[in-house]
Design a protein around this ligand. Structure first.
Ligand code: PLP
Length: 398
């Protein structure tokens, strides 16, 4: 019998349809989707602009080598130019976040001639060998060493460690402006500035991995822009294609100039359907006021989570994240809470070991946030009572 490999624990739900922020299962039950395939469906399920562009492209041509020119390539490029930092003048499209990270690392390796990278504790950058080398968790790394180069993991958000450790042997530093899988830690401005400052002094390349935090999710177009830094390479993915598998690497002019023919490539990378999806995705981002809505709803969601954390100090350590990349840090394993949320019609996911993470589509409204608050606080209340019944307070405070 043919079986799917067991990389992900099944959720026990059969989903039949998705629209905007909602999914429906085969029993007709509706779910508020704050999982969104690890943040992919940020523009909502079946965003009309994305569907329109992909449908149009399906009628024309769906596959073509990057060696040929097309209207859709030109149009997608023009739209991307409106949202990418203006100092990043070369880009390339790939199919997954990992692949884009892979190219970013290759560019740093090749253009500096160095072979040492700096990453951070709790970082997640993907599962291919290069991306995995800068991913922190032993859960993902075990059994795959050695990696192609030396990687040092520094404490996240520690500007002093950055000042000390980035030297003339470092090819690149890769950082998530807001850590996704690792637990929703938010980088301070000083930390991001310190990385850029030291990279410039040492001739190293600063790579911002915005695969999860980018494209408006944190209430700003690119999360690193809060700090006013200009990274040498930006990596995007997940929500960029509005649900279609596509990722992007954007680089500084001189780095782009030095990556010539043969230095990288991808069979499906930037195919016409992917370009159409990007075109639809960027149009949606610009025409639907996505960034502002994510910021406003994000603040409302943040306040709701603060109330829940405040009311449950025995169970919650506090809130994490920014924009619509938020969570609540528990003093206990979040898995049972996430399971109960699913039964109550809200899909969430874990981050790190203790965080209930919410990655909703940008169009969630007050009613949805009210639902999250009602369900989550109800579940924590029941959990608290059952812990008390089992005697005392097994969960330490402080
Ligand atoms: C998901 C993720 C990746 C990997 O993307 P894939 O599409 O799964 O390869 C890389 N970096 C970050 C920050 C991510 O969240």
């Amino acid at each position: 019998m043919l079986k799917l490999m067991r990389f992900y624990a099944p959720r026990g739900l059969r989903i039949v349809r998705g629209e905007n922020q909602y999914l429906w299962d085969d029993r007709g039950r509706r779910y508020l989707d704050c999982h969104t395939g690890h943040g992919v469906a940020f523009l909502g399920h079946r965003n009309p602009r994305v569907i329109e562009e992909v449908k149009k492209q399906l009628e024309r041509i769906t596959t073509l080598s990057p060696t040929f020119d097309t209207d859709v390539k030109e149009e997608a490029t023009k739209l991307l130019e409106r949202i990418l930092p203006s100092h990043l003048t070369y880009f390339y499209l790939l199919n997954s976040g990992s692949e884009a990270v892979e190219l970013a690392l290759k560019i740093a390796r090749r253009t500096t001639g160095r072979r040492r990278f700096i990453s951070f504790i709790n970082a997640f950058h993907g599962r291919t060998m290069g991306a995995l080398s800068v991913t922190w968790s032993p859960r993902y790394r075990d059994g795959y060493e050695p990696f192609p180069w030396e990687v040092e993991f520094l404490p996240y958000d520690d500007a002093e460690a950055v000042e000390r450790s980035i030297d003339e042997e470092v090819a690149g530093v890769i950082v998530e402006p807001v850590q996704g899988e690792g637990g929703l830690a938010v980088a301070s401005r000083d930390f991001l500035k310190a990385i850029k400052g030291r990279c410039d002094e040492a001739g190293a390349v600063m790579i911002v991995d915005e695969v999860q935090s980018g494209f408006g999710r944190t209430g700003i177009l690119w999360a690193h822009q809060r700090a006013g830094v200009k990274p040498d390479i930006l990596v995007a993915g997940k929500s960029l294609g509005g649900g279609f598998p596509v990722s992007l690497v954007a680089v500084r002019e001189d780095l782009g100039e030095r990556m010539g023919a043969g230095s990288h490539g991808s069979t499906h990378g930037g195919n016409p359907l992917a370009l159409a999806a990007v075109k639809g995705g960027v149009r949606a981002l610009l025409e639907e006021g996505v960034v502002d809505r994510a910021r406003v709803s994000g603040e409302e969601l943040g306040r709701a989570l603060e109330r829940i954390a405040g009311e449950n100090p025995e169970l919650a350590r506090g809130t994490r994240g920014m924009g619509l990349m938020r969570g609540i840090e528990l003093r206990t394993n979040p898995a049972p809470v996430i399971r109960r949320l699913q039964e109550e019609g809200v899909l969430a996911l874990k981050a790190g070991l203790t965080v209930v993470r919410l990655l909703p589509p940008y169009m969630i409204g007050s009613e949805d946030i009210g639902l999250i608050e009602e369900k989550l606080s109800g579940i924590l209340q029941v959990l608290k009572e059952s812990l008390l019944r089992r005697g005392g307070t097994p969960l330490r405070r402080g």
